[in-house]
Ligand binder design. Structure first.
Ligand code: FAD
Length: 306
């Protein structure tokens, strides 16, 4: 690993690679141990070199956007966490089409659209994180997903190539994107919006209103589980008596049972235990296995199994 660090650092004079970097400040749940190595390249070229070298050396690589949908374990996370936080530019190609870096924050994009009188992404109001993370998980609400606005996506592939895909060549479904199967980094996307109409403001308000009913004030990562087909994970969790369950400082919100909150000093292991407890309760009472929406990065057993 020391040799890898030296190789990486000598190939990347413009990207600082740090060791033992605390991950909790980088994740909205405020938990997680330390990344053995951590880097946040500030250009796609530097990202390409870094990702390539790490893949060639068989170093475990974890791509981190805004950290609003991830849970790293406590302790040392072996390998390198590569953040997109410094890939954050937006370039308008036409009045309605932009090339947007993966690390561009979704709330900043919403603001930019509002200022330009553009619409189409009202459903994303209040979703934190980056565009890269949103595409990787097809983030959305109310039956809509970010994939609806995407024209093209540029990625760095595990074999070292840079690929540009038309959106038609990517498959998406509810909180799923085929780009997340296998190791790659989404580095930018071309997106097209539309000119806003007066009714778009009402639609936006209705999404914000719905957000207002969700827990706030304590750190969380949004919904813990995906909704099973034709059902609501929150409702199933509520009916299974999960509200208020806690492990250490991790607690299931009593406002919305699909939210796990960090009351202050939760450990990742507390949150993981609570996720498993909730999942087990729903399984025991309904026979339904909930699929986590949160991504568990860096755990020695990457499969979520109860
Ligand atoms: C309060 C709150 C409310 C939320 N509400 C919603 C909601 O309504 N709808 C919804 O869908 N989500 C919601 N979320 C979850 C989360 O905000 C989204 O999933 C978001 O899109 C994740 O983006 P991120 O940049 O934070 O990704 P991260 O959490 O950093 O990463 C998530 C996953 O994407 C991968 N990833 C990130 N960036 C890249 C990249 N550039 N290339 C390849 N892979 C990448 C990571 O490796 C990881 O597997 C909410 C979260 C919070 C905290």
């Amino acid at each position: 690993m020391r040799m890898l660090l030296n190789n990486l650092q000598s190939s990347l004079p413009h990207t600082v690679i740090n060791e033992n970097v605390p991950l909790s400040p980088l994740c909205t749940l405020g938990v997680g141990g330390e990344a053995e190595f951590f880097a946040a390249p500030s250009s796609i070229g530097q990202m390409h070199i870094l990702f390539n070298l790490a893949m060639k050396e068989n170093c475990p690589v974890y791509v981190l956007g805004g950290g609003s949908n991830v849970l790293f374990p406590d302790g040392l996370v072996k390998g390198i966490v590569i953040s997109t936080q410094n890939l954050n530019s937006i370039e308008w190609r036409t009045p309605i089409t932009a090339d947007i870096d993966a690390g561009f924050k979704l709330p900043a994009l919403m603001k930019e659209l509002r200022e330009r009188g553009l619409a189409g992404m009202e459903f994303a109001a209040g979703i934190p994180g980056t565009l890269g993370g949103a595409i990787a998980g097809n983030a959305g609400a109310g039956g809509h997903g970010v994939c609806e606005l995407v024209d093209q996506v540029i990625t760095i592939e595990a074999d070292g190539t840079i690929k540009m895909r038309n959106n038609n060549d990517i498959s998406y479904s509810y909180r799923k994107c085929s780009l997340s199967e296998g190791k790659r980094v989404i580095v930018s996307a071309r997106m097209t919006f539309r000119t806003a109409a007066p009714k778009d403001a009402d639609v936006l308000d209705s999404y914000l209103l719905r957000r207002g009913t969700q827990p706030h004030g304590l750190r969380n990562a949004g919904c813990t589980f995906k909704n099973p087909e034709g059902n609501s994970a929150g409702k199933l969790l509520d009916e299974a008596g999960c509200k208020g369950l806690c492990v250490g400082d991790a607690i299931v919100s009593d406002v919305h049972a699909n939210f796990i909150l960090n009351r202050g000093h939760a450990a990742s292991s507390d949150i993981m235990e609570l996720v498993k407890m909730c999942s087990q309760r729903v399984y025991d009472s309904t026979g339904i296995r909930l699929e986590p929406e949160i991504k568990f990065l860096g755990w020695s057993d990457p499969c979520f199994c109860v």
